[in-house]
Ligand binder design. Structure first.
Ligand SMILES: C[S@@+](CC[C@H](N)C(=O)[O-])C[C@H]1O[C@@H](n2cnc3c(N)ncnc32)[C@H](O)[C@@H]1O
Length: 240
């Protein structure tokens, strides 16, 4: 959904060729313009809704102030889907990760506008969040919508959905917990289907790609893409 995330997605995959990456990241940090409204939301709502990164397991009951199912979202962009889903699934708590500050500000703004209480934001690399802050067997679900497709072959190593990362995600799911992915880039959809199908701890809830679950809203760019005949592929797998 490159169009949808002018501010949130890497504007150019060429930036990814810059040397001296210590570890391979699934994102490139870019300076982005934060609007006044986003700045205000960061200032006023940040203290309540931002969770600082710490290399220790997060107590989600204390964080959300209640015991409820917890879903981790990786790379929420501007947070449109996150905010809508959190309102639809109000009995679930959402731990939402994004590295791009304008996106964090945008989601905080929506949290304020709609009085959303079941989202907390981690402005940090979700790979590290998952590794350090999420207890094994603790998540009810993981949402990864339109992850950066990294079109060029030499950048494929940056794609999030790879066997090792999926193994780690699965270890954080409860038995019966689900992994919901969506992409509009068919070769990446195929890679997702291959990687998830090869994981013996997961079972596909559909024959192949899944119908879009009702809780995931169609973004306006997704709608436009669909009108132009472009595809979108959802995958929903459950931990046995
Ligand atoms: C193409 S955008 C999609 C955004 C949103 N999910 C949507 O559907 O509109 C991918 C987003 O993932 C974020 N991202 C990529 N890797 C990440 C990581 N390891 N941790 C947190 N955010 C990440 C990027 O900053 C970017 O905003």
């Amino acid at each position: 959904m490159t169009d949808d995330n002018q501010q949130a997605a890497p504007s150019s995959e060429n930036a990814a060729d810059a040397p001296h990456h210590r570890t391979i990241k699934s994102f490139v940090m870019r300076a982005g313009r934060t609007t006044e409204g986003q700045e205000r939301a960061l200032r006023e709502l940040g203290p309540r809704f931002l969770v600082p990164f710490r290399a220790e397991v997060l107590d989600t009951t204390a964080t959300f102030g209640r015991q409820a199912p917890v879903v981790l979202e990786i790379g929420f962009g501007m947070g449109d889907a996150t905010a809508q889903i959190a309102q639809t699934l109000s009995d679930t708590d959402f731990l939402a990760c994004e590295v791009h500050e304008p996106g964090v500000g945008a989601l905080l703004k929506k949290i304020g506008e709609h009085d959303i209480t079941n989202i907390r934001i981690l402005q940090h690399d979700a790979v590290e969040v998952m590794e350090h802050m999420i207890a094994e067997g603790s998540l009810d679900g993981v949402h990864i919508y339109f992850p950066d497709p990294w079109h060029k072959k030499r950048h494929h190593k940056r794609r999030l959905i790879q066997p090792t990362f999926v193994d780690q995600l699965v270890s954080r799911l409860k038995p019966g917990g689900y992994l919901h992915l969506a992409t509009d880039w068919e070769p990446y959809a195929q890679q997702m289907l291959e990687v998830l199908s090869a994981n013996t701890a997961l079972r596909n809830t559909a024959g192949s790609y899944a119908d879009k679950p009702a809780y995931r809203p169609l973004t306006k760019f997704e709608n436009r893409g669909l009108r132009l005949g472009h595809g979108v592929w959802d995958l929903v797998f459950r931990k046995a």
